[in-house]
Design a protein around this ligand. Structure first.
Ligand code: 13P
Length: 251
């Protein structure tokens, strides 16, 4: 029997200052209902500590959006795993397509970040996903397989307990265009099989695989009905309490 968790995660990207973040949590906590989902929220670095403090009595986990691959050093503007740990953060998003695209995060850097996070007992949400041209060329499976292999296949089976995968097709991020439930399921099934082939069915059955890319209250239920979709990583629709709660209720 699979142990994998249902997760709804919010990636706030570079939205919400401290006051906006506080307002969100006040309203969110008031309105949150019982759910079988684990709820994760990733605010910007400047809001992390306050968000952690404001939610510590509630079933909400605060997550970082990024961290540096080195333990420490002369890296102006960067944040280390140890710094995150010191304020109670135990999970980080790595490999988001915006980091890969705008901040030149390569597979090699990402595999280092994965290593450093796990060495510091920080769990990861590892994002993978193809661009539109990869899909048009029929290369989407190959591309996703190589992101998995280069980013994560240096891990041992036990370390996979600390990994959540987010499949986010780049063409569906912030565009309003969602992968159809069938397209998403097909890729999630492929990801699970690729992990099973490298490790074992036991490892792959227990990994939560989230879908991300224009998830909204209107499409969430159909996506969550797919057998290999264990939840969502939500951008735009996580910024408003109502729509985020509606997505949580769809699980
Ligand atoms: O990038 C995403 C989450 O990490 C998805 O963003 P949107 O939900 O805004 O498409």
């Amino acid at each position: 029997m699979s142990q994998r968790k249902k997760i709804i995660a919010a990636n706030w990207k570079m939205y919400k200052d401290l006051a906006e973040s506080n307002d969100f949590f006040t309203f969110f906590i008031e309105n949150l209902q019982d759910t079988k989902a684990e709820i994760l929220i990733a605010p910007s670095f400047t809001n992390l500590w306050h968000a952690f403090d404001a939610t510590r009595e509630y079933p909400i986990e605060i997550v970082a959006q990024n961290m540096h691959e080195s333990e420490e050093g002369a890296f102006t503007g960067e944040v280390s795993a140890k710094m995150l740990k010191s304020i109670g953060i135990e999970r980080v998003i790595l490999g988001h397509s915006e980091r890969r695209e705008y901040f030149a995060e390569t597979d090699r850097i990402l595999s280092e970040k994965v290593r450093t996070a796990l060495a510091n007992e920080i769990k990861i949400i590892f994002c993978i996903g193809e661009k539109l041209e990869d899909r048009k060329d029929g290369d989407h499976f190959k591309l996703v397989e190589s992101q998995l292999r280069n980013g994560l296949f240096h891990l041992n089976a036990k370390q996979w307990e600390s990994v959540v995968i987010a499949y986010e097709p780049v063409w569906a991020i912030g565009t309003g265009e969602t992968a159809s439930p069938e397209q998403a399921q097909e890729m999630h099934q492929f990801i699970r099989k690729t992990i099973a082939d490298k490790y074992s069915n036991e490892v792959s059955d227990n990994v939560s695989i989230l879908y991300g890319g224009s998830v909204k209250p209107a499409n969430a239920k159909d996506l969550f009905a797919q057998p290999d979709i264990d939840g969502a990583l939500v951008g735009g629709a996580s910024l408003e309490v109502e729509s985020f709660i509606d997505i949580i209720s769809a699980l």
